[in-house]
Design a protein. Structure first.
Length: 370
């Protein structure tokens, strides 16, 4: 029997002011919703409100929490590349905990336009570190003792695996794309600010996330939406690239545990025991849609192989032993069950998908071709 996860309130303790960067994004939004639902903390949501930012899920959460809850969510529309604005935002938030999720994260977009990834993920993290360092140095007593900056990163910084083995906290960095290189740089900056300036930090590196409210440019929502509308489903290369799929709410469990209970200066790898080839993912979604729509012929007939992504890493897989043994984290969702729930969510929320794609000027076309 799985031990219940502590609530956000249990984990936060006396921390009442939480700064979440990228809180209008997919994973950041899930963190913000959990904090609002399970604690009485005030959440300062620092987000530049870029193409993939959206507050719909947070607004829905606030509406269910009732009168006065809106005061617990403060949007700070700030671009991390603006150092003065970041400094002012950190001063306004006066945080007890910083969870840094803001990042440009789509590999295909990093191939087409790497510059924004360097600016946002590297320079932006530097600006945040400087502002948070100044804030930390002004704290005293219990607030100083319990303060932590949590940097959220990706397993892609470790490069590509062969058929055997899994990434762990001791795996050497070997990034292969502009995106993963920018995240590797940000990881190193965070560790340097910890060792040089004594900033209390914790880092996590996660595998591919999926679930409701993900901007529909990533593999799983793209497949669901194209298949459900009868469009061709693009499958890169031979489709045998492997990812370790992690349901977003399981990731939020891990993030809160690491942020509040993780060892200062330590990193934790988070993976969902959900290894599947891209072809497996596409075929699973197609079969689930076949059952839901009672469709003949199968949605599998829509799958079309396309030229592979440049530098496409072959396999990612995470060994989550450290976070499981030290912090008691275990994923609560089987990948097939999580995919089924995700498919049903996207089918029920196609108007939202169309709205966010229209706002971003993106309609499902392929990105990342050199």
């Amino acid at each position: 029997m799985t031990t219940p996860m502590p609530t956000a309130a249990d984990l936060l303790g006396r921390r009442k002011r939480i700064l979440v960067t990228g809180g209008a994004g997919f994973i950041g939004g899930a963190v913000v919703r959990r904090l609002l639902n399970e604690s009485d903390a005030t959440v300062f949501n620092l987000d530049k409100m870029g193409y993939a930012s959206d507050l719909t899920s947070i607004e829905q959460t606030l509406s269910t929490l009732g009168e006065g809850s809106a005061e617990r969510h403060r949007l700070l529309q700030v671009d991390l590349t603006d150092a003065a604005a970041v400094e002012a935002a950190v001063k306004q938030a006066d945080p007890d905990l910083v969870m840094h999720l803001a990042a440009e994260s789509h590999v295909d977009r990093s191939i087409s336009g790497p510059g924004v990834f360097i600016e946002s993920n590297v320079t932006g993290t530097y600006n945040l570190l400087q502002a948070v360092r100044a804030h930390y140095e002004g704290l005293a007593g219990e607030r100083r003792t319990s303060f932590r900056m949590h940097h959220i990163s990706t397993d892609e910084v470790f490069g590509s695996l062969g058929a055997e083995g899994r990434f762990s906290e001791t795996t050497p960095y070997d990034p292969r794309s502009p995106y993963s290189a920018s995240k590797a740089a940000s990881d190193h900056l965070v560790q340097a600010w910890h060792h040089t300036y004594g900033l209390p930090v914790v880092l996590t590196n996660c595998s591919n996330n999926y679930g409701p409210w993900q901007f529909p440019e990533k593999l799983i929502p793209v497949v669901i939406l194209k298949a459900s509308s009868g469009q061709d489903i693009p499958l890169y290369g031979d489709g045998l690239n492997i990812r370790d799929w992690l349901y977003v709410e399981d990731h939020v469990d891990a993030l809160l545990l690491a942020a509040c209970n993780g060892v200062n200066g330590r990193s934790y790898c988070v993976g969902g025991h959900g290894e599947k080839t891209n072809r497996d993912v596409v075929e699973t979604i197609c079969r689930q849609l076949d059952q839901l729509h009672n469709r003949e012929p199968s949605h599998l007939d829509l799958v079309k192989r396309v030229t592979d992504r440049p530098g496409h890493d072959r396999r990612y897989a995470i060994d989550p032993t450290r976070i499981s043994t030290e912090l008691g984290w275990v994923p609560r969702h089987d990948v097939n069950e999580g995919l089924e729930a995700t498919v049903k969510w996207y089918l029920s929320n196609q108007e939202w998908c169309q709205d966010v794609r229209s706002k971003a000027g993106y309609q499902g076309e392929r990105l990342g071709i050199k």
